[in-house]
Ligand binder design. Sequence first.
Ligand SMILES: Nc1ncnc2c1ncn2[C@@H]1O[C@H](COP(=O)(O)OP(=O)(O)OP(=O)(O)O)[C@@H](O)[C@H]1O
Ligand SMILES: O=C([O-])CC(=O)C(=O)O
Ligand SMILES: [Ca+2]
Ligand SMILES: [Mn+2]
Length: 664
Amino acid sequence: MAANGNGEMAMNGKGAATARKPKGLLPSITTSDKHHDVCHDMSAPTVKAQTIDELHSLQKKKSAPTTPIKGFQSTFAALSEEERQKQQLQSISASLASLTRETGPKVVRGDPASKSQTSPRVHQQHVAEPAISASDSSLKFTHVLYNLSPAELYEQAIHYEKGSFITSTGALATLSGAKTGRAPRDKRVVKDDVTGEELWWGKGSPNIEMDEHTFMVNRERAVDYLNSLDKVFVNDQFLNWDPENRIKVRIVSARAYHSLFMHNMCIRPTPEELEDFGTPDFTIYNAGQFPCNRYTHYMTSSTSIDLNLARREMVILGTQYAGEMKKGLFSVMHYLMPKRRILSLHSGCNMGKDGDVALFFGLSGTGKTTLSTDPNRYLIGDDEHCWTETGVSNIEGGCYAKCIDLSREKEPEIWNAIKFGTVLENVVFEEHTREVDYADKSVTENTRASYPIEYIPNAKIPCVGPHPKNVILLACDAFGVLPPVSKLNLAQTMYHFISGYTALVAGTEEGVKEPRATFSACFGAAFIMMHPTKYAAMLAEKMQKHGATGWLVNTGWSGGSYGSGSRIKLAYTRKIIDAIHSGSLLKAEYKKTKVFGLEIPTEVEGVPSEILDPVNTWSNKLGYEDTLMKLAGLFKNNFETFTDHKIGKGNELTEEILAAGPNF
Ligand SMILES: Nc1ncnc2c1ncn2[C@@H]1O[C@H](COP(=O)(O)OP(=O)(O)OP(=O)(O)O)[C@@H](O)[C@H]1O
Ligand SMILES: O=C([O-])CC(=O)C(=O)O
Ligand SMILES: [Ca+2]
Ligand SMILES: [Mn+2]
């Protein structure tokens, strides 16, 4: 039926339903008893499903086999894919095996909550003859969520982990629990015949010993805990972009947060690389929600981070802070790489357009991530590197930026990297808009963002580069007496590298009025495994061979100590770094400072000249002298522990290095 254009309906056969209406009014509706068709909206195609379940099943496409099946498309090829999956599950079951039971746990792929799972393939490590199960744990399944994607991990985190939220820019906000930083005093390293000889033990060393048996007790505790869960996350990934020195790592964890963090921080395998992954070189068991047993020998708290180099395993109990995994693996690299005559470094690294590489050493919070992330240069990495015979390589696949007081204006690249896929630890956000308040320290001052390195637009992929031209030592001097920049000779570079000075500021802690100096050998004593002089000797040799220049950059206080002066403007530090990169600072005019004997430039483009010599910035000159002497004394005191160690042939370098420290 159709309107006749005058607002009148055509009369139907019976003429009963409609009446002529005055013009201008809406047409009345006619129903017809002649045509029995239902009214359809035929403009959109219908869905190809009969039921809701069927509709939902259409939504997800099965991932295609990761590599095209080689050869003929036969049942033989399909079987080998199945065989490969079986081997993968067997390998995971072997990882999770208790060492006191005959078989590994029954592992099955997929989320136990997922209905769509088709008849699970179950695997056990070495299936013994059918026997009566000795324990309930051997009856249950361990579901394995294997190398999930960020989207899948978001869903797991949001569904199951309290404190997981999507922020306004798409990052995953998480809480790391009671621990919001690393616990170096809870680190334990197995001391055996080999490591007893090879590693650095005793005063100043980060390696606190434990015996093999105690490690096994903690390992068993972690494995039993993990196997008691409905599901565990397994990440199989790589460390080190240098293909010849790549390490395969497996991380077994209980939280999607941990899995996503390691997805970001380690190197992500391609589907093809994953197929050939095989047995990992190193495995982490992260049972961080579960404490260690205080009755266990060597335990001094409910947290324990245990490294067993012989077994190539690490166990985490009693801390959920994800940085333990990252830095635990870094410790492993600090052992494995020097054995291959490769130097491992706690440094950031970037490269200019002309291929000039710079290393940025520094303790936590001194600016490695901030300063290696530079819009004018290619980012190779922000925290952990190797220096080989051929050049530098990043160990990791992601960055871990501090984000307290982060601002879009000062650090736009890091700001923009905080998007979907990024893990944002312990930040505070507005409940409704989910906008993050980076100034808020309610949870901790150590708020962090972990993102894949390719989130920085000018990342250099693969993350490798030629030999460094500049070696920049960053110190955040809260005493305000170290110059903003000094040029170092080789002996001075070694002296400051071995010293590893920075200062912790008192912050909001009551009663603490003064900054506290910390000396951390190689700018990362918490992670090195052998004596600091071993790494220092390698650095000296490499810098000498490749003609690299050393620099000391103070990213800390100026115009007085913490409390009266202020932190050097990031914009000035960036100008100083620019001048190092461009080579202009090498050609500048220098003068030598008293006490520390540092060469300081008289001018740096874009930086007020008066701040280059700190004495100019202090109104209280006597206070400056006192503070300078105090810091010099702390340096001297600290270095005494190293004087009995030789570097290089015949001890000469040691003499030279000793003479390179403060003289007074
Ligand atoms: N002059 C400056 N130079 C460098 N960083 C500065 C300066 N002033 C303030 N900052 C701030 O100091 C912090 C440096 O932290 P960054 O993440 O770079 O540390 P890091 O050396 O990478 O430490 P970690 O090894 O713990 O990751 C940033 O929050 C940065 O904004
Ligand atoms: O390990 C961490 O938690 C953060 C970091 O990079 C460091 O402290 O050097
Ligand atoms: Ca960092
Ligand atoms: Mn670090």
